[in-house]
Design a protein around this ligand. Structure first.
Ligand SMILES: CC(C)(COP(=O)(O)OP(=O)(O)OC[C@H]1O[C@@H](n2cnc3c(N)ncnc32)[C@H](O)[C@@H]1OP(=O)(O)O)[C@@H](O)C(=O)NCCC(=O)NCCS
Length: 392
């Protein structure tokens, strides 16, 4: 048999490591497709709950299925009191993504299914995780501000209930709808870094809480989910439209990135970016204060122009770019932007864990195990001779 020589491919770019039926990212044509449906059609027509069902169960629900799914999510919104107690004992300046990551295995302690490796059990745990992520984040924001968590409302859908638990006020129709659309747009994106982390852990047959905790850690980085927080910090730093050009030049001259620009997969517009932009524009115009949207729009234009001059090629905004101003208009604190991404992406992660463990199409090795190329030293032509500690 011919020997298969490993190829060095840093960052796994261009390497196909599994098949999937969950999502297709068509980077050349700027299309994002969840289980066969364009993301913009889903954002226009479906709720987050419908999309979570679609991702988990491979089809859009009918009315009865959706009602039952919503009933199950609703029943799982509350956190175990012991988990709230742990959150209350965390330092108030803890990073919200660290809190979320830490809360995931805490939830596992209270899950009667955690040792059950059947697909039905993994789906039940998925529903619990999807239901509880929003509650963890809202509860943490209340706790760190010295307030009691707001109990979930049985009268609100998933998105509106999150805004309600955060502020204690029922959001108006536009706010609830836009939050819901934002959740739909962020629910899934194929084999990005966090989903890959989730699937890699799932391939070891660890339980879903271990997979999801790894995914949360991966999402927290600035080059992945952390970018939406960095976008808003960047807008605050710029402060006004007339400062945009200087800011862009200064960042490019220093070799730094403009957050929210560029994507590892899209060679054109990220199909989600301008849906998010239009929601941000509507909310800012409604409030009569359009500053952050205007700075963003100017930054998009200037960033693209300067990038073209510098690198001789095009760059496009990604989903995080206008999420900054949108989430700001929704009253979400800046350091919760990335956790809000997780509130949505948990649906995609769970679908991938289920697929990794139960539903892959092609026969695949049970355990992910890439190789690395050793570039360390030997002490001469071969391995080092061990030197006792006193002789070193
Ligand atoms: C997302 C990201 C990591 C993709 O990186 P990538 O796949 O390596 O991107 P590319 O290969 O297209 O980068 C090509 C060049 O453009 C530069 N570039 C990419 N995004 C840039 C940005 N936002 N600002 C400035 N320069 C950027 C890279 O540094 C690279 O420069 P080089 O050729 O001189 O080394 C990158 O675009 C980035 O860091 N963006 C900002 C962070 C962000 O918004 N992340 C959220 C992603 S959804």
């Amino acid at each position: 048999m011919e020997e298969c020589k490993p190829v060095l491919n840093t960052g796994l770019r261009g390497v196909v490591i599994a098949d999937t039926r969950i999502c297709e990212v068509d980077g050349a044509n700027g299309r994002l497709i969840y289980r066969g449906y364009l993301v913009q059609d889903l954002a226009e027509n479906a709720s987050f709950e419908e999309v979570a069902f679609l991702l988990l169960y491979e089809k859009l629900p009918d009315n009865a299925e959706l009602e039952e799914f919503k009933r199950r999510l609703l029943a799982e919104r509350q956190l175990p009191p012991a988990v709230i107690e742990v959150l209350k004992n965390c330092p108030k300046d803890a990073l919200p993504m660290d809190i979320l990551q830490a809360a995931v295995p805490l939830l596992a302690h209270h899950d009667p299914d955690k040792k059950d490796q059947s697909m039905e059990a993994v789906l039940r745990m998925s529903i619990r995780l999807i239901a509880k992520f929003a509650t963890i984040i809202a509860a943490w924001d209340r706790i760190r501000n010295g307030k009691e968590p707001v109990a979930p409302s049985a009268d609100l859908d998933h998105a509106a209930n999150f805004l309600y638990m955060l502020s204690g006020k029922i959001p108006d129709k536009d706010m609830g709808r836009f939050m819901d659309k934002a959740l739909v747009l962020h629910a899934e994106h194929s084999f990005n870094a966090s989903t890959f982390a989730a699937r890699e852990v799932a391939s070891t047959r660890a339980h879903i809480y271990a997979s999801v905790a790894a995914a949360v850690g991966s999402l927290s980085g600035d080059l992945h989910g952390g970018a939406n927080t960095r976008v808003m910090e960047m807008l605050f730093k710029i402060g006004s439209v007339d400062k945009v050009k200087d800011y862009v030049k200064q960042e490019f001259d220093a070799g730094r990135v403009i957050f929210g620009l560029g994507h590892a997969v899209y060679d054109t517009d990220d199909p989600r970016a301008h849906i998010v932009a239009s929601m941000s524009k509507v909310l800012e115009e409604r409030s009569g204060k359009t500053k952050w949207y205007e700075i963003s729009a100017n930054l998009e234009k200037t960033g693209k122009e300067e990038f073209k001059k510098l690198k001789g090629k095009d760059i496009y905004v990604n989903v995080d770019f206008y999420s900054g101003s949108l989430y700001n208009s929704l009253g979400i604190p800046v350091d919760l932007f990335t956790p809000v991404f997780a509130i949505s992406r948990i649906a995609g992660w769970c679908a991938h864990v289920v697929e990794e463990q139960f539903a892959g199409a092609a026969p695949k090795p049970t355990l992910y195990r890439p190789e690395s190329e050793y570039i360390g030293d030997y002490c001469g032509p071969d391995v080092c001779e061990f030197t006792p500690i006193d002789e070193r």
